[in-house]
Design a protein around this ligand. Structure first.
Ligand code: IPE
Ligand code: IPE
Ligand code: MG
Length: 248
């Protein structure tokens, strides 16, 4: 793929109707491992391979923004050993993917309570974000220690401070100024939200931003999720009529 990163979408996809921003709740790693009588961590390792494949596919198809839910604020309540394994895997992943991100002109960003991550992970993130800062073919955003409610509270606090300090009038708090205080300030709202492994819930992901996202839930477990199924979801997305509350 690195020899031809921007091959464009498959012929049956309409290049003018691609989602600008795709967000994915990557769920099902644990169940994938359990089905195989493996340790949950093996599922996360296999899931990292899916991440690589889907990032490549997005770059090749020409998706501008991809946001992946990798670790939620609630995931801190998992067993210490699983958290440690996930953090270690993340660090290894950042290390191994840097050359390809650079080669394919992909910028890495992250959203969430990054200060809660282990120092070694924060350092690796800084390195990769700095090394890809000027890349502009695609942004890959990792949601890490991310929670939608925490993000909204953070924005509310920031706006309250501005009002208190007379830098803003309460009437100036509108959707635009509120959005600008979210982690995702410089990203468009997701057009498409995908959740793997069949749960019909949002699990505190991008609560504000998904107001009008098209939602696709597949039963496929994240480690089994393929580029082919991803493209099938894009086809199905293109057949949907987005009305945004208006008449068709
Ligand atoms: C998603 O897979 C990865 C993370 C939440 C970190 P899970 O670990 O939630 O897998 P299941 O839902 O238990 O199968
Ligand atoms: C959502 O998956 C979080 C991530 C994919 C990182 P979870 O497995 O944590 O969500 P629940 O517990 O099924 O809602
Ligand atoms: Mg899960």
């Amino acid at each position: 793929m690195s020899s031809e990163p921007s091959g464009g979408p498959p012929a049956d996809l309409d290049a003018s109707k691609l989602p600008a921003h795709i967000a994915i709740i990557m769920d099902g790693n644990g169940r994938w491992a359990k089905q195989r009588l493996l340790h949950r961590v093996k599922g996360h390792e296999k899931g990292a391979e899916t991440v690589r494949n889907i990032v490549r596919a997005c770059r090749q198809i020409g998706i501008a923004h991809l946001t992946l839910y990798a670790f939620s604020t609630e995931n801190w309540q998992r067993p210490r050993t699983e958290i440690a394994a996930l953090m270690h895997l993340l660090q290894r992943f950042l290390q191994s993917e840097l050359p390809e991100l650079k080669e394919n002109n992909i910028r890495l960003r992250c959203v969430g309570q990054i200060q809660r991550l282990p120092a070694a992970v924060q350092e690796k993130l800084d390195t990769v974000m700095e090394a890809t800062r000027t890349n502009d073919a695609m942004t890959l955003t990792l949601a890490l220690s991310y929670g939608g409610r925490a993000e909204i509270l953070r924005a509310a606090r920031e706006l309250a401070r501005r009002v208190r300090d007379d830098r803003m009038d309460p009437d100036q708090i509108d959707e635009r100024s509120f959005s600008s205080c979210l982690y995702t300030a410089d990203l468009p709202d997701p057009d498409l939200l995908i959740r793997t492994s069949g749960e019909h819930r949002i699990s505190n992901f991008l609560l504000w931003q998904i107001a009008y996202s098209e939602i696709f839930i597949t039963d496929t477990l994240w480690p089994d999720f393929t580029t082919e199924e991803f493209i099938e979801i894009l086809r199905s997305y293109q057949r949907r009529e987005r009305r945004f509350g208006r008449v068709g």
